[in-house]
Design a protein around this ligand. Structure first.
Ligand SMILES: NC(=O)c1ccc[n+]([C@@H]2O[C@H](COP(=O)([O-])OP(=O)(O)OC[C@H]3O[C@@H](n4cnc5c(N)ncnc54)[C@H](OP(=O)(O)O)[C@@H]3O)[C@@H](O)[C@H]2O)c1
Length: 420
């Protein structure tokens, strides 16, 4: 008999990858995605699945797509009938995090989860695998265990974490269906190809360093820079945990496949690399891909310079900074106990994997509209600031001696190269 699984959020980064993973394992996949009707939802999902290079031709006829929006809550009647006795993997979420998006975040991640649970209970699914995040721990320090979160007693870094923790508590307290809460750390593109779709989290670092290098380069007439002395908010010794999307899909896929080892009740599992790396390691991989040196994490209390570019980078990295100043380590004992010999080898996020991940993202950025030129005044100010930074002119082979040429004059000379 054809094995069947359902995936909610089939147009998302993880959801699409999971649909492809299950289809390539021979599952019939009931995929749920937003769209005006099933045909539009199907078009959206298929376009994304076609673009994942990891699986070869995906048997798309095994992926049956239904239009579904959490805002309504009701499952399409035909889909509801087909879900009886089927495991459901839920990746639907809003990944926004700021107060201005409070209504969307809470309605999707908390109320939406409640509505989905009601619909899945009525449909009689066999088990719910709900994708949460390892960062429901908020600003906790030390090794974080796979335990329920005390929502009221946790200091969250942002509304996203709070909403995900609240949804977990709701499911653990109210679900009559057995629930696996699966908590990945920071998800990046796939290890074989770098493919990704939702460029949040880790990608902010690459985007900011790239944009900063571009801007300073423009301020020096478009010269290619090898050295960018720039401080970013973070602690270079703090550890971050990053996992590839294929590893997360492997773990979730195997949890579904190993239904026989699942407990009768709820379970909570981290899906993490198990080998956290210092933040400086990830920054080094970004620099290496951009052919740069000189960028460093500086703890926010020491980041006093207040240079134009530092302020811009800090503002852009506000979300990331919560995760680059604290040392996060997560145990995954529950996941490994549950999967036993079926547990995949830990996700090794080596320099080669990060290169492919950065390469894929870099190519996506290239395909976007070019960065708009900044005004000449700002460019001249940047040129002036960077010309004065130790080693900048020399390491970039710029032959203007800042001791004999005042910074303002440097700025004036390079200013003429700047596009109006
Ligand atoms: N990415 C990470 O680094 C990371 C790390 C840890 C945990 N997670 C968790 O992993 C899960 C998947 O994340 P992701 O990175 O794949 O996010 P994503 O790419 O933004 O995917 C989210 C999915 O949810 C769907 N969705 C949003 N609101 C909906 C609604 N009202 N009704 C129906 N569908 C809706 C989106 O559909 P549309 O395409 O229509 O918008 C999309 O398919 C989330 O639970 C997230 O919290 C992610």
């Amino acid at each position: 008999m054809l094995r069947r699984v359902a995936v909610g959020g089939a147009t998302g980064f993880l959801g699409a990858y999971l649909c492809a993973w299950f289809a390539s394992e021979g599952y019939e996949v009931l995929a749920f995605a937003r769209g005006r009707d099933d045909a539009e939802a199907r078009r959206r999902v298929r376009e994304i699945l076609d673009g994942i290079p990891d699986f070869g031709p995906i048997a798309l006829d095994r992926v049956r797509v239904f239009a579904y929006d959490l805002a309504g809550g009701e499952l399409p009647a035909e889909a509801a009938r087909e879900l009886r006795g089927v495991p459901f993997v839920n990746t639907i979420a809003s990944l926004k995090h700021s107060e201005q998006h409070r209504a969307e975040i809470m309605d999707t991640n908390v109320e939406g989860t409640r509505r989905l649970l009601d619909a899945l209970t009525a449909a009689g699914v066999s088990r719910l695998c709900h994708v949460s995040t390892a960062y429901v721990c908020g600003s906790a320090a030390g090794e974080v265990a796979e335990r329920p979160i005390d929502v009221a007693g946790t200091a969250f870094n942002n509304l996203y974490e709070q909403s995900k923790a609240t949804a977990e508590a709701l499911l653990l307290a109210q679900s009559a269906i057995p629930v696996d809460i699966v908590r990945p750390s920071i998800i990046i593109g796939s290890s074989p190809t770098g493919w990704a779709r939702n460029f949040t989290g880790y990608y902010g670092l690459y985007a900011v360093v790239r944009a900063a290098a571009h801007e300073v380069s423009q301020a020096f007439g478009g010269r290619r820079l090898a050295y960018l002395p720039l401080g970013l908010p973070g602690d270079p010794r703090a550890c971050s945990d990053v996992v590839t999307v294929d590893y997360v899909a492997d773990c979730i896929g195997r949890l579904v496949q190993c239904a026989a080892t699942a407990p009768a009740g709820h379970d909570i599992m981290h899906v993490v690399s198990g080998a956290p790396r210092p933040t400086a390691y990830f920054l080094g991989a970004v620099e290496s891909h951009l052919g740069l040196g000189g960028v460093e994490f500086v703890t926010p209390d020491r980041l006093t310079d207040g240079g134009t570019l530092e302020r811009w980078c800090s503002a852009r990295l506000r979300f990331n900074t919560s995760y680059t100043v604290r040392d996060y380590r997560f145990s995954d004992d529950r996941l490994r106990a549950r999967l036993g010999a079926a547990a995949p080898s830990p996700s090794a996020v080596g320099p080669d994997v990060l290169w492919r991940v950065n390469d894929f993202f870099g190519a996506c950025l290239e395909a976007d509209a070019p960065v708009a030129p900044r005004d000449a005044e700002r460019a001249a100010a940047l040129a002036s600031q960077f010309a004065d930074r130790p080693g900048f002119l020399q390491k970039n082979g710029i032959e203007i001696d800042p001791r004999s040429t005042p910074a303002a004059a440097v700025a004036a000379r390079v200013g003429q190269h700047i596009a109006p």
